[in-house]
Structures are given as C-alpha cells and as structure tokens.
Design a protein around this ligand. Structure first.
Ligand SMILES: CC(C)(COP(=O)(O)OP(=O)(O)OC[C@H]1O[C@@H](n2cnc3c(N)ncnc32)[C@H](O)[C@@H]1OP(=O)(O)O)[C@@H](O)C(=O)NCCC(=O)NCCS
Length: 250
C-alpha cells in the first residue's frame, strides 16, 4: 500500500466545495491509501482513520462518524458517532497490547529495563486486522452504531441507533441491538427485488424529483418507466483521488 497525505488549505477547501466535496473530512490532514476516492457531490464530517482506504460514493451525507477501510455506495446517510472499520487486535498472541505490533509504541522503549538496540526489528505487524467493510447504496446507519470491520451491508439496509453489527446485513433489512438482529424488512420481497433490479442509485435522483418519491407504490412504476425508456442517463459523478483533491484539479 502507498499512502498520500490529504492536505488542503482553507481556500482549496472552499474550491472543493464548489466541486461538490464538502465537510470536515476534506480539511483535516491525514495519510490515506492512495487508492482512496470520493465521488461528487458528497458531504462528510467523518474522521478518516489514518493509513486506511476510503471510498465514498456520490450523494452521501456523513456526520461526525469515524470511518476506515470502507467502501460506501451512493445515497448513504451515516449519523454521528458511528464507527466503521475499527482495527481488530489479534487474539492469539501473548497479549492484545499493541506493544507486540509496534514495540516503540508511545516511545515506551525508554522504560525498558535495559536499552534495546534497533527495537523495531521485533515488530510483529498485525495481519488481516482491518478488512474492508462494504456499505451498499441507500444505507442509513443510525446514531452511534458500531460496524465491525469486514462486514457487508446490503443496499437499502437500515442500522438502528447504537446497534453493534457483527454479521452481514441483507439488502433492505432493518437491524437493531447488540449484537444486531434482523427486525424486519423495509419492504415486501417483491418490492425489494424490484428495487435491486432497477438500481435507481445509478441515476441522479434529481432526474426523478418530479415523481412523488415519498409514495413508493406510485413512484415505482414511474421510476421504472423512466429508467426503461432511457429517459434518464446513469449518473457519472466526478471521482476525485487524493492527488486530485490536494491539487484541487478542475
Ligand atoms: C431502527 C429504527 C429505524 C427502527 O424504526 P421503526 O421500525 O420505526 O421501529 P419501532 O419504533 O417501530 O420499533 C420496533 C421494535 O424495534 C425496537 N427498536 C427500535 N429501534 C431500536 C434500536 N435502535 N435499538 C434497539 N431496538 C430498537 C423497538 O423497541 C421495537 O421493539 P418491540 O417490537 O420489541 O416493541 C429506529 O428505531 C432507529 O434506531 N433510528 C435511528 C435514528 C438515528 O439514529 N438518527 C440519527 C440521525 S440520522
């Protein structure tokens, strides 16, 4: 992996807003995997975990969450205090302490009973401690939810406030609690299948804004007609890499 520092100043941040990327995530300097990318427009106030991979799709609204090693689809809503992709510590070592991974942790080697030469040669890096988490499209994650690293959350799923998600979540499922359990589906299986088939998130929702999207029963046939008659084109938002953001490429 190669890491690049996401690092822009205030005038650059303002320019970025005009390109559709806004929120604190873009203003806080942080090293990220250079394959990270953000599709405009999107808004994120999340703390991005350093040395992690982050990919966020268009039309997401992400509050003060903490996210790392994650692929987030389009039209997702993520509330405050959500944690996605927290590092796991290996459980089978002498200790779960990070000293085994990083012997110079917090510069504590100063407290060794005798000096240790070249302390980092004893480092035993963690492997597979932070697999990528996959969040589908149109996912709503409630306040304070914890999503274990490596989980896959299907399109349209809802994660209840303060849920602890330790297993994959099917599309359109509402899950709640600790550990998160299936509560119900948002829609009947027929409607879920239709939504998965239409993949409306591939489009610009503003192309459907004349349809009453709050009434699914009447909206679905109209949505289907627009999509199947090629009346609307798929949305291809600009995808910004870290290099592009740092250079605020226009
Ligand atoms: C998960 C959620 C969407 C469910 O909404 P709902 O289907 O209208 O839920 P209801 O209020 O009808 O509750 C259904 C059952 O789930 C339980 N429940 C609801 N939310 C829960 C939660 N977050 N954790 C645990 N149980 C929950 C209810 O107690 C009820 O249990 P019962 O059947 O035993 O009585 C909602 O409760 C929630 O958590 N919303 C998140 C809000 C939020 O975080 N907003 C942040 C700003 S974006």
């Amino acid at each position: 992996m190669n890491f690049i520092k996401l690092n822009i100043n205030q005038p650059q941040a303002e320019k970025l807003v005009t390109l559709g990327l806004s929120g604190r995530s873009f203003c806080c300097p942080v090293f990220l995997d250079n394959k990270s990318s953000f599709e405009a427009p999107t808004y994120s106030n999340a703390e991005l975990s350093p040395y992690n991979f982050i990919k966020i799709g268009a039309f997401c609204s992400i509050a003060q969450a903490k996210i790392g090693n994650v692929i987030i689809g389009r039209y997702c809503s993520i509330a405050n205090d959500v944690v996605i992709g927290a590092n796991e510590h290996p459980l089978n070592r002498l200790s779960t302490s990070r000293i085994i991974q990083t012997p110079d942790l917090h510069n504590w080697q100063r407290f060794a009973s005798k000096p240790i030469v070249d302390i980092n040669k004893y480092a035993k890096p963690y492997e597979h401690c932070n697999p990528v988490t996959n969040i589908g499209n149109d996912v709503w994650i409630g306040q304070g939810a914890f999503i274990k690293a490596g989980i896959t959350i299907g399109n349209g799923a809802v994660i209840g406030a303060h849920a602890t998600v330790t297993k994959d979540v099917p599309a359109y499922a509402i899950v709640t609690g600790t550990p998160a359990r299936f509560q119900r589906s948002r829609f009947s299986s027929g409607i879920c299948e239709k939504l998965e088939e239409l993949q409306w998130w591939k489009y610009n929702i503003y192309d459907f804004i004349d349809i009453d999207l709050s009434n699914l029963a009447t909206a679905l046939p109209l949505l289907e007609k627009k999509i199947n008659s090629w009346e609307v084109e798929e949305y291809t938002g600009n995808v910004y890499s870290l290099d592009m953001i740092n250079g605020v490429v226009i």
